[in-house]
Design a binder for this molecule. Structure first.
Ligand code: FRU
Length: 529
């Protein structure tokens, strides 16, 4: 709601002529202070990517606001990442598509803004595909176009039908984009929200399919040329979590590990009502007949139990068929208020998705891409030990830019609590705990308060069925933690804002003994140096 009001307000400002003069005046005075700003620029360059809380190996924009990942497509040796971007402010506002590319999913090169708002509207989330057969006619078979399919949020807002779908194409590897002259290509004058098209090539029916959110459901459309779209079916009525509006769907096929069975997975982000409050991403497993998604599942499964993994979708056309997901590492509850400057928001680490079967049920598994290993530098090994009470572990490299791999064996009697706790001299702490009594894994951080954010420090919980062993994999990057339990079968992603970096790590086993079988910690290289 607040977002919408802000939006209307900014739209109004830009149509206001008086403001035009103010802008002109500002631009002319800019000339006088150019020397000053050149000097400031070099100061900025020195501190850029070294600011307090700045992630060192997660993608962040150089400056200003970012939310959802958009248009993720692999083409000609490059992974493209577009993203929801407000280039004028560190809060959400008029949306553009920011742009970056990577050859290895770890190092990113920033590119100029790809799509700007225009007279129709602002550029909301969407996807991109490499149109290899030139079905759209925008390129040739020899030089196929990249086509972006995005939502216009209309400037002229009526009560319904203010979101429509449009396309743009690029003939130079995504460096410049031309909007299609007959945009929008798909409208629905009756719906209150109709956005975030994710398009993929469906091999079985040899056509393009689009999943798109529409208020409380996902709709599926088909097309032969990316310009004309035909309604196929919808999904979601009375199914899954509906604490908020449905957003950013994705639909893809995955093989169940160790079998030749494959199932279809529908991802749907939901604006409110996540397992630990606010926005989160649910998923459904089922079958897809080329037109309709079918599942017996009624209750949602959560892709990530932490508070900070939203609007995630997968890359189109990954070279080796991997399904790689990237999420926005924040939550609409407080995204506009987190204490970072001059940028706001980071992406999660790219994760490869697969399916496993446990107790006759299929489950989504998410693991950091193998490419991340190339960032490992100093390796610390913690000797195996039996744990009872608190044990500080000595690590000869930094703790806040590191990857952790621990594996524990429970003895005859399970401890009541098994945990890891990072802390600094100012008393900020971050802990990961397994609590046998409630049967859950918890994540808790304490540190400086975030204005207006309620419950930021409260414990985040994920249900966990104890086994004899527990494997914990953690990625820590200054102001975030990503926790992968038992090879990615449970994931929790969370922001944390320690005033100064954590310096101490303790492992603890309370009311029962545990064996630490393996403990390895790697400091990771910064991707910005
Ligand atoms: C999800 C979302 C999308 C929308 C975009 C606007 O976070 O609300 O539904 O397209 O953000 O920035």
């Amino acid at each position: 709601m607040l977002r919408d009001l802000l939006f209307e307000y900014i739209g109004h400002i830009f149509r206001n002529k008086v403001l035009g003069f103010v802008l002109l005046f500002t631009l002319s005075t800019y000339g006088c202070s150019r020397h000053e700003s050149v000097r400031n620029e070099s100061v900025v360059q020195d501190t850029l990517y070294h600011e307090q809380f700045r992630p060192q190996y997660h993608f962040t924009p150089r400056e200003k606001w970012m939310n959802d990942p958009n248009g993720m497509v692999y083409f000609d040796g490059e992974y493209h990442l577009f993203y929801q971007h407000n280039p004028d402010s560190t809060v959400w506002g008029p949306m553009h598509w920011g742009h970056a590319v990577s050859k290895d999913l770890t190092h990113w090169e920033h590119l100029p803004i790809a799509l700007y708002p225009d007279s129709i509207g602002f550029i909301f989330s969407g996807s991109a595909v490499a149109d290899l057969n030139n079905s759209s006619g925008f390129g040739t078979k020899e030089e196929p176009p990249l086509v972006a399919i995005f939502t216009y949020r209309h400037r002229k807002r009526s009560t319904k039908g203010f979101e429509s779908q449009a396309i743009a194409y690029s003939l130079d590897k995504g460096r410049t984009w031309i909007k299609y002259k007959d945009n929008p290509v798909l409208e629905d004058k009756k719906s209150l929200g109709f956005r975030d098209p994710k398009v993929f090539w469906h091999v079985g029916s040899k056509r393009w399919l689009m999943v798109i959110s529409s208020e409380d459901r996902v709709r599926i459309y088909s097309s032969i040329n990316l310009k004309e779209w035909v309604f196929e079916s919808d999904f979601g009525d009375q199914i899954g979590a509906h604490g908020g509006v449905w957003e950013c769907p994705d639909l893809f096929e995955l093989q169940v590990e160790g079998t030749d069975i494959s199932k279809w997975v529908m991802l749907v982000s939901v604006g409110k009502g996540g397992p630990n409050g606010g926005s989160a991403t649910q998923y459904f497993i089922g079958d897809f007949n080329g037109s309709k998604f079918l599942t017996d599942q009624v209750t949602p499964k959560w892709m990530d139990y932490g508070r900070d993994n939203y609007a995630g979708v997968t890359w189109s056309g990954s070279p080796d068929g991997r399904k790689i997901l990237l999420g926005w590492m924040s939550n609409w509850q407080y995204a506009n208020m987190v204490p970072t400057h001059p940028w706001r928001s980071a992406m999660t680490i790219p994760c490869e998705l697969t399916l496993i079967e446990t107790n006759g049920e299929y489950q989504l598994v998410s693991r950091p891409v193998v490419e991340l290993k190339s960032l490992r530098k100093q390796r610390n090994e913690i000797r195996p030990m039996s744990l009872s009470g608190y044990q500080e572990v000595e690590i000869k490299s930094r703790l806040d830019q590191s990857e952790y791999l621990f594996s524990f064996d429970f003895g005859q009697e399970e401890p009541e609590v098994l945990g890891l706790e990072w802390s600094n001299q100012l008393g900020d702490t971050l802990s990961v705990e397994y609590l046998s009594e409630g049967g859950y894994i918890g994540l808790r951080s304490s540190g400086p308060e975030i204005p207006l954010v309620k419950n930021f420090e409260s414990i985040q919980r994920a249900p966990y069925q104890s086994k004899e062993k527990l494997k914990i994999h953690v990625l820590m990057d200054w102001s975030s933690i990503e926790l992968f339990v038992d090879d990615g079968s449970l994931v929790m992603t969370s922001l944390a804002f320690p005033t100064v970096p954590y310096e101490t790590l303790k492992i603890y086993s309370l009311k029962g003994e545990t064996t630490l079988k393996e403990g390895i910690v790697w400091e990771l290289k910064s991707i910005w140096e």
